[in-house]
Ligand binder design. Structure first.
Ligand code: CP
Length: 313
């Protein structure tokens, strides 16, 4: 594996989960693998978990992580070809990616969507430009349309907590005050489609995710019906895909409560707004997996880095 930019870079999710669980048991067993190798983490957007867990993963492999907040601290980067750069951008991705490739053996990038320019977001302009111009492997730390480190983490967490062979997993939309990206929902859908689970999505009318991603996964507009007999409830807000980036609904009737989910395990990628997306009682209850999920981010990232380092030789 050269790059990790999409859930489809996972060739066999069950064997990856097995390998990640082994790393979790013995996180320092490959401490020599990344010796004298540098991981560059470039953030165009905020982060807590991705930023720290990916560095932790690198450290567990003996790598040296270096981090930059690109939007705040670097020169403004131009991504379009042939632009007369007489505006706010001071250097082109062609130079920037090649320069960073000289300092780093692997580059990890976080770049959210505009949620305004659908075509630009779907082209993954920032991530794909790094892949195009960098001479080293590139990892997606959440791009315009996907968060594959999170999706893989969620698959590990479900595998660890499943008490039956084929659990029912429900991805439920929940309210939010801001227009949020589709990336986490997309990658969770793609991860579940690779797993042996009964998987359904529930969201209000107008909030269906990209049908090219959801494919034949059942979508319910009745949350109660979807949540019936759920073993895992994964909650996330996203803005409308059809009415791109718009908030169509903010009222609380889709908020996740203990009453709605019963004995199901609760999952969320975090950060989460309490009593807007999900009530306190769920997050503070014994069925919440959110802290465990965040812990698994390290081992998902560590396995991805390990595979890339093995491939680099
Ligand atoms: N889940 C997740 O990616 O968290 P951060 O945005 O804090 O990195």
């Amino acid at each position: 594996m050269k790059n990790y930019t999409h859930i489809n870079d996972i060739d066999d999710i069950n064997s990856w989960i097995k390998e990640a669980k082994a790393l979790k048991k013995n996180p320092l067993k490959d401490i020599e693998l990344g010796k004298n190798k540098t991981l560059g983490l470039l953030f165009f957007n905020s982060s807590l978990r991705t930023r720290l867990s990916t560095q932790k993963a690198a450290l567990n492999l003996g790598m040296n992580p270096i981090v930059m907040n690109v939007s705040g601290d670097a020169w403004g980067i131009e991504f379009l070809d042939g632009t007369i750069m007489n505006g706010n951008t001071a250097e082109h991705i062609k130079e920037a990616a090649q320069v960073v490739s000289q300092y780093c053996d692997v580059i990890a990038v976080r770049a959210f969507p505009t949620l305004i320019e659908k075509e630009k977001d779907e082209s993954e302009l920032v991530l794909s430009s790094f892949v195009k111009y960098a001479s080293v492997p590139v990892i997606n730390m959440e791009s315009a349309t996907g968060h594959p480190l999170q999706g893989f983490t969620d698959a590990i967490t479900i595998s660890e907590n499943a008490t039956k062979k084929k659990p029912k997993v429900v991805l439920s939309w929940a309210p939010h005050i801001k227009a949020l990206p589709h990336a986490v929902g997309n990658s969770f859908v793609q991860a579940m489609q690779k797993m042996d689970v009964e998987f359904v999505i529930t969201n209000p009318e107008g909030y269906n995710l990209n049908p090219e991603i959801t494919k034949d996964t059942p979508i319910y507009h009745n949350q109660k019906e979807a949540l019936k007999d759920a073993d895992f409830v994964y909650t996330k807000n996203w803005s409308s895909y059809d009415d791109y980036g718009k908030i169509l609904k903010t009222d609380s009737d889709w908020m996740i409560t203990n009453e709605k989910i019963g004995n199901a395990k609760f999952m969320h990628c975090l950060p989460v707004r309490r009593n807007l997306v999900v009530e306190d009682a769920v997050l503070d209850g014994e069925n919440s997996l959110v802290i465990e999920q965040a812990n698994n981010r390290t081992f998902a990232a560590q396995l991805v880095l390990k595979k890339i380092l093995h491939n680099k030789g």
